[in-house]
Design a binder for this molecule. Structure first.
Ligand SMILES: Cc1cc2nc3c(=O)[nH]c(=O)nc-3n(C[C@H](O)[C@H](O)[C@H](O)COP(=O)(O)OP(=O)(O)OC[C@H]3O[C@@H](n4cnc5c(N)ncnc54)[C@H](O)[C@@H]3O)c2cc1C
Length: 336
């Protein structure tokens, strides 16, 4: 069935979710299309248990909780949300874009906001023979629930902020936590490294995992080899958490018939978040412009910019953006 929308937001990460809410507040008929089964983007998929400290108004909020709050905020307006709906093609032009999703659904939208982040993302895997057989049982690439690690011995592999965050998150829950990195210096921010040093987490550097096997008692036997050295050590742990970063893939966008120009796999936008395709704006981690920051806070700022300028193009007769209080009152009045 074909449907007419004012705005279609492609990508249901935190930035796309906020854009959908904001579009609702501007009285737009809006749909949100997300390829994964759940909304929340990287926050939900990669670090639901991590504390985020740089969201305005929240001194600290868990990833999962932020996504929940965004979903609640979105429910203020009747937004059509479709998960498991990767956009496979966009055709047409401003005023009538045709959007096709992986399940064959076709919809029509006057304008589009691309909020696909860095594309479909997946963790960089542990390159050790046979490692895949332990995945999601004792080998994890993210921490879905801290409670699963209660009273377990855990080794975290990685040297960036996220790896240290994971080790520190696990410390109060797990029986014992070790962090292993291939260099003596961690890549993480000084503050995180200081917290690590002050914690009970055991630090093993410079080592790399060479083999992984399951012992008779159910634990994993990890053989670690010293980098640029000969030392080999075995460590037995209940669980292994690997944080070697993520590989993102934005190829799907390049396959669309109508696709904005990109630089280094990111969509180039101007200060109004316009791409070079009239009627298509882009926001969040998907975009690049001078001074762009890959932060949730920056994406939240870009969303109203994109929505407002598209709505002004679609409905020039409507008043320019008002403050949220006035927009809410107007909306409630219209719905009554
Ligand atoms: C481990 C880690 C820790 C981080 N910590 C912080 C932090 O503390 N503070 C901070 O501000 N930022 C942090 N970030 C960065 C932050 O998560 C990103 O800036 C933010 O998620 C960007 O939001 P987004 O909505 O633009 O993109 P994403 O979160 O990437 O969401 C994009 C969504 O689009 C969907 N999508 C992709 N292609 C399609 C398609 N063709 N059709 C439909 N849907 C599609 C994807 O499935 C995804 O759900 C962290 C990132 C990581 C990896």
């Amino acid at each position: 069935m074909e449907t007419e929308y004012d705005l279609t937001i492609i990508g249901g990460g935190p930035v796309g979710m906020f854009a959908a809410f904001y579009a609702g507040m501007r009285n737009a008929k809006v749909q949100l299309l997300e390829s994964l089964p759940e909304l929340g983007g990287q926050v939900q998929a990669l670090y639901p248990e991590k504390m985020i400290h740089d969201i305005a108004g929240y001194p600290a909020i868990k990833g999962r909780e932020l996504v929940k709050q965004l979903a609640t905020q979105m429910q203020t307006f009747p937004i059509d949300v479709h998960t498991k709906s990767a956009v496979t093609n966009v055709t047409g032009e401003m005023g009538d874009f045709t959007i096709t999703t992986v399940d064959g659904r076709v919809s029509h939208s006057k304008a589009i906001i691309v909020a696909t982040g860095t594309g479909a993302f997946e963790p960089r895997k542990l390159a050790v023979p046979g490692a895949e057989q332990f995945e999601d049982q004792q080998l994890f690439y993210h921490i879905p629930s801290l409670a699963d690690f209660k009273d377990r011995t855990v080794l975290v592999a990685g040297g960036g902020d996220s790896a240290i965050d994971m080790a520190l998150m696990l410390e109060p829950v797990a029986k014992q936590v070790t962090i292993m990195h291939r260099r003596n210096q961690f890549r993480a921010m000084e503050h995180s490294v200081d917290l690590l040093k002050a914690s009970s987490v055991t630090v093993k550097t410079p080592f790399l995992i060479k083999t992984i096997e399951r012992l008779d008692n159910g634990q994993l036997d990890l053989m670690m080899k010293e980098v640029r050295g000969d030392a080999e050590e075995h460590v037995a742990v209940d669980d292994l958490v690997v944080n070697y970063g993520f590989i993102a893939d934005n190829k799907a966008l390049q396959a669309w018939q109508v696709t904005p120009s990109m630089a280094h796999h990111l969509i180039t936008v101007n200060s109004e978040m316009n791409t070079d395709v009239p009627g298509i704006a882009a926001i969040g981690d998907a975009v690049t412009f001078t001074g762009k920051l890959g932060l949730i806070a920056s994406g939240f700022g870009e969303a109203p910019n994109a929505v407002n300028q598209l709505m002004m193009q679609l409905y020039p007769e409507r008043r320019s953006p008002l403050h949220s209080t006035t927009l809410f009152e107007k909306r409630t009045h219209q719905q009554a």
